[in-house]
Design a protein around this ligand. Structure first.
Ligand code: AKG
Ligand code: FE2
Length: 357
């Protein structure tokens, strides 16, 4: 099946232990494979205090009704063309529901290893419970365990990876997945309007057969936040990503003007970030931000990222109206960007460069 391909990168060897298990064995050191070189960070310590990024807050209710030139649209445009992300509030999902979602995620990761391993991913496959894949011999690993699940289309779900413990996990995650498409639509339409485009310009390319992939990220307490990263620097290969941050523990950082900034928490907000595919559609006006996650020596952290991804047969390219003499076309037409993404990612290259003209 052609569209299963992107989910099958070449994994060299399985890792027997999850990070949670490693952390429980030795609470003082991190294994060699997780240690980053000092110059990885331009000489700056990973656990240094970082400046806080001023991430704009956008009210989705206002955004949906905002017409060209409106305040909320201006905020959106400026956010996406500067830091590439914004905090979405008034998105229609209640605080109580988000609390429940966070709670079932917490309960899952708190289960004994044997129980979680019933949902283990298979070698070379992304879906399921597990740790960072080893894709190259000298890869430095991320201090994180994950549960990766295809949410939609529903017939592409692999239920054997969906936890049955806690008992309400499947129902809550399913409910969440039902609440997201309208949010994605409001955002993609507003993105187009904010650039004075007909509002369906991005939505059309996103297409009617797009999928949503959920990644629960669990970051165990790390004895050496100065040496390890929760997630290495990367940009998302999605069209957009919806991130539910931990309510209490920070860790996400975004690169802006060659400086790392930490992303503040707004409880109950969804952090929306531009993925490479919207950067391509917008001909580079909207930025798919480089981001990473730092670790914490006192508290664990749990987040839920949902990647919104066009169907692999869908052609993605810069919207014609955004190209002119002063703004030449920057990107080629691409298809199946997620496959391209993995090939480049494995070679340690920046995937969006493959789409540059
Ligand atoms: O956990 C976070 O704050 C971000 C995770 C992330 O960047 C991802 O899952 O792609
Ligand atoms: Fe990410």
């Amino acid at each position: 099946m052609a569209e299963a391909e992107p989910l099958r990168p070449i994994e060299l060897q399985p890792q027997p232990k999850t990070v949670q298990e490693l952390a429980a064995i030795d609470g003082k050191n991190v294994p060699e494979r997780y240690i980053r070189k000092a110059d990885d960070n331009g000489g700056e310590a990973l656990d240094a205090p970082f400046p806080v990024l001023d991430v704009p807050t956008v009210d989705l209710q206002l955004l949906a009704s905002s017409s060209s030139g409106g305040e909320e649209l201006k905020k959106l445009r400026s956010a996406l063309s500067s830091c590439g992300c914004f905090q979405a509030i008034n998105h229609g999902i209640t605080s109580a529901f988000l609390d429940t979602l966070q709670e079932v995620a917490r309960q899952f990761f708190a289960l004994p290893s044997e129980e979680k391993k019933k949902y283990s991913r298979e070698i070379g496959s992304i879906e399921g419970y597990g740790n960072d894949m080893i894709l190259s011999e000298n890869q430095i690993l991320d201090w994180t365990d994950r549960l990766y699940l295809v949410l939609s289309p529903e017939d592409k779900r692999t239920l054997k990876f969906w936890p049955e413990n806690p008992e309400s996990f499947r129902r809550i995650l399913h409910e969440y997945s039902m609440k997201l498409p309208v949010i994605v639509e409001v955002i993609l339409k507003a993105m187009a309007r904010s650039l004075d485009l007909e509002e369906n310009q991005f939505l059309q390319q996103y297409g009617g057969q797009a999928s949503m992939h959920a990644r629960f990220n669990f970051y165990p307490i790390c004895p050496r936040p100065d040496l390890a990263l929760g997630v290495k620097p990367h940009a998302d290969g999605s069209a957009i990503t919806l991130l539910l941050q931990d309510k209490e523990v920070e860790g996400l950082q975004v690169l802006k003007d060659d400086q790392w900034f930490s992303v503040p928490i707004i409880p109950q907000a969804l952090l929306i970030n531009v993925g490479d595919q919207v950067e391509i559609m917008s001909n580079g006006i909207f930025k798919s931000p480089m981001h990473r996650v730092v670790t914490n020596s006192e508290k664990e952290r749990i987040t839920l990222a949902v990647f919104c991804v066009p169907h692999p047969d869908q052609e993605i390219q810069p919207v014609e109206e955004l190209i002119n003499e002063t703004n030449p076309r920057l990107y080629k037409k691409v298809k199946d960007y997620v496959s391209l993404f993995f090939q480049y990612y494995q070679q340690g290259r920046k995937p969006i460069e493959a789409a540059l003209l």
